[in-house]
Design a protein around this ligand. Structure first.
Ligand SMILES: Cc1cc2nc3c(=O)[nH]c(=O)nc-3n(C[C@H](O)[C@H](O)[C@H](O)COP(=O)(O)O)c2cc1C
Length: 191
């Protein structure tokens, strides 16, 4: 049985991102795997303060006492991640940025690989909800996030989908074509 982490970094309680996270969770569980969903609207996850405590310890750790720190070993162990974000000013949300900054815990200058991650090349599925972003518009931000923060945390291959016309919270569930694309993304993650 594989393990998949699903981050929904929308701060809205009934967001389109939440609907996507729930659909991907369903697909993961239907395939006989384990899904751990982290919803920002309900989680307490703070930003990296750059204290460098993690740089003075051999093990994967973080000085922050919040909902992300206990997930670090799971992020390391997992077989793949779905990272679902609304587009805010052409990029991930501030909440998403907090998660990506916290991947700093994996960075280890004393190792040849520069990482404490025990696996490499894991799959990372990005799904973006937006008002009017065209197809392909999030490829560059996704490449940036996949390469450094999430690459350091053991992720490699990634895929990106962006949806537009989603100004109304949760409205994606009424659009069968968009939900089919969410399913395709989940199938790719699980393949
Ligand atoms: C601060 C802020 C910035 C936004 N910036 C963009 C943007 O640059 N491009 C865009 O198409 N939509 C933008 N939007 C609209 C959201 O991306 C859109 O409503 C999205 O579907 C919300 O996702 P959610 O329902 O998962 O929270 C912005 C919304 C907010 C609140």
């Amino acid at each position: 049985m594989g393990k998949y982490v699903i981050f929904n970094v929308s701060p809205r309680p009934k967001s389109n991102s939440l609907a996507m996270a729930e659909r991907i969770k369903q697909k993961v569980e239907e395939s006989g795997n384990e899904a751990v969903v982290v919803n920002f609207a309900k989680s307490n996850i703070s930003y990296c303060v750059g204290c460098d405590m993690c740089k003075h310890k051999e093990e994967l750790c973080c000085s922050r006492k919040d909902d992300l720190t206990p997930l670090l070993p799971l992020i390391d162990e997992c077989d793949g991640m779905a990272f679902i974000s609304p587009v805010y000013w052409g990029d991930i949300t501030a909440q998403g940025r907090a998660v990506s900054d916290r991947m700093y815990a994996f960075l280890d200058f004393n190792r040849e690989t520069f990482t404490k991650a025990t696996k490499t090349g894991k799959k990372l599925a990005f799904a973006f909800s937006s008002g009017s972003m065209p197809e392909g518009s999030m490829d560059a931000p996704a490449e940036k996030w996949a390469k450094d923060p999430f690459g350091t945390a053991g992720f490699g291959e990634y895929r990106t989908v962006v949806f537009n016309g989603l100004g109304v919270p949760g409205s994606i569930v009424d659009d069968a074509e968009k939900m089919a694309k969410v399913d395709e993304l989940a199938d790719w993650l699980l393949a």
